[in-house]
Design a protein around this ligand. Structure first.
Ligand code: NAP
Length: 243
């Protein structure tokens, strides 16, 4: 399998590069010119295409011949960076390719997510601050996902909880909607978020889904998997939660 990682030099991106290489995939990475050195550890093992992720020519070149594209969707600046990135991937990925995008719980696909008050407050503040400083444009990430949800491609939008660093704990658990009690702990190890993104490439169950994820060892995940008494497999390549 040949895959492209758009945003390969960031924290989530480098974890995804490692997981993809562990699986034996051929990897093409896209990152800003100034960040190429952040991928020095992978020199000779991956192909790096420098450039802005919303540069359509860069994306066209990077995704050529790829069976899957993993995109770190971040709404930098005030120039439609996230929607430009998503649109380029949707337009140029080869037909039938698996397209996996990252974003946060704040994205909703059908409006059926139920958010804690504190979450809504923080989102409001982030949206206001982002607009004021023009550093981030949360609404552009919303627009990017609107386009993805409307696309006939084989997409998955992985909605991350709050993130923390640390050793892998295994594949996160997921639900269709925020508000499900299993997600209550609102924390995932970044390395496991990356694992979920990479594992989604070969999980047909996630095609055209927007899973909201949480770490499989968080209190809420443990409480609900124990209550269900399921044979949940926490191993690295284990199956997704079935209850
Ligand atoms: N942080 C959280 O708590 C959290 C929670 C839920 C979901 N998420 C989602 O997780 C994904 C990754 O987030 P992350 O926080 O872990 O960050 P990250 O992996 O470090 O990714 C940041 C990305 O943005 C790029 N970038 C940084 N500054 C930029 C700029 N000025 N212009 C263009 N690109 C720039 C970075 O590239 P360079 O290497 O070139 O700097 C990198 O690819 C995002 O989709 C986010 O929505 C994050």
């Amino acid at each position: 399998m040949k895959i492209c990682i758009v945003g390969a030099s960031g924290k989530l991106g480098t974890y995804m590069v490692q997981h993809a290489l562990d699986r034996g995939y051929e990897v093409v990475g896209v990152c800003r010119e100034r960040s190429v050195s952040k991928l020095a550890a992978y020199k000779g093992r991956i192909t790096v295409i420098p450039g802005a992720t919303n540069d359509r020519q860069v994306i066209q070149k990077a995704v050529a011949g790829c069976d899957g594209v993993l995109t770190v969707l971040v709404p930098w600046g005030a120039n439609h960076y996230a929607s430009g990135t998503a649109q380029a991937v949707l337009d140029y990925a080869q037909p039938g390719a698996r397209l996996i995008f990252s974003c946060g719980w704040h994205i909703t696909r059908d409006g059926k997510d139920v958010y804690p008050q504190s979450f809504k407050r923080e989102e409001k503040i982030a949206r206001w601050l982002g607009r004021l400083t023009r550093i981030v444009d949360i609404d552009d990430q919303v627009e990017a996902c609107r386009r993805i949800f409307a696309s006939p491609t084989r997409w998955t939008v992985v909605r991350g909880s709050d993130l923390e660093e640390g050793e892998s704990q295994g594949l996160p658990v997921w639900r269709k909607h925020v508000g499900d009690p299993i997600l209550e702990s609102n924390m995932t190890r970044r390395v496991d978020y990356a694992l979920f993104m990479v594992a989604a490439l070969e999980n047909g169950e996630l095609v055209r889904e927007a899973p909201a994820i949480v770490g499989c060892r968080t209190p809420s995940a443990l409480a609900h998997t124990a209550a269900a008494g399921s044979g949940y497999d926490h191993s690295r390549t284990g199956n997704y939660l079935q209850i």
